[in-house]
Design a protein around this ligand. Structure first.
Ligand code: GRF
Length: 206
């Protein structure tokens, strides 16, 4: 089974969606560790409540050794796929090179809209409402050295409704898109159904 390490910083609803999918038997992976950038992240409790190792590795504590500490932690556990689920730290080149095409992230918009530096959390949904788009959504992508620029794995559109606030839109995008496509993207990878060619993700016909 694919050995997965999850990086979190907050509530961990995407982590929960992945755990639920494993429990239902839809996703056959081994979540070997959950690492948080913050001791207070509720995601850590979700992991522990499901018998998964959960630790905090904070940049503040490790300073310039942060990435080396992360790599060491994942190597010791023989992690094969890194899943960023609301991880609020931008990973540096050392980590990204070490896990090239093996790091996934989810972004709450249809990339290339409303993404890039400074676009996170409610800001993404504020920007979508300001622009007046009628569809937004979520994107699962591989992580490269840029911000939200890596190969796109999966996307799902979500309707914007009249009267939406950034908060209501954020919730709908999570419920209707993120919690659905993240476990599915991990499943496709775990079953070897995807290849990356010239920075484009393609489905392998089996
Ligand atoms: C999600 O909106 C995700 O798209 C973004 O951060 C948020 C994480 O939420 N990258 P959660 O911690 O999974 O609940």
């Amino acid at each position: 089974m694919l050995r997965v390490g999850v990086l979190v910083s907050g509530g961990g609803t995407n982590l929960q969606a992945i755990i639920d999918s494993v429990k239902k038997g839809n996703l056959k992976i081994d979540i070997v560790t959950v690492v948080s950038s913050s001791e207070r992240a509720y995601a850590l409790e979700r992991a522990r409540g499901n018998g998964i190792e959960a630790v905090c590795i904070s940049r503040k504590e490790y300073k310039e050794d942060f990435e080396a500490a992360l790599i060491r932690h994942f190597k010791e556990r023989e992690v094969e796929l890194v899943v960023m689920a609301g991880f609020m730290v931008i990973l540096g080149e050392t980590f990204i090179r070490e896990y090239k095409n093996k790091i996934l992230n989810i972004h709450p918009s249809l990339i290339p809209s409303f993404c890039g530096e400074g676009m996170y959390g409610l800001k993404v949904h504020e920007a979508a409402l300001k622009k007046g788009v009628k569809l937004t959504g979520a994107t699962v992508h591989f992580v490269d050295e840029g911000t939200d620029t890596g190969p796109i794995v999966m996307q799902k559109a979500v309707a914007v409704k009249g009267g939406d606030t950034p908060e209501t839109l954020q919730r709908r995008v999570m419920e209707e898109a993120e919690w659905e496509i993240y476990p599915e993207a991990v499943r496709l990878i775990s079953e070897g159904e995807l290849v990356i060619e010239n920075n484009i993700v393609r489905r392998v016909v089996k």
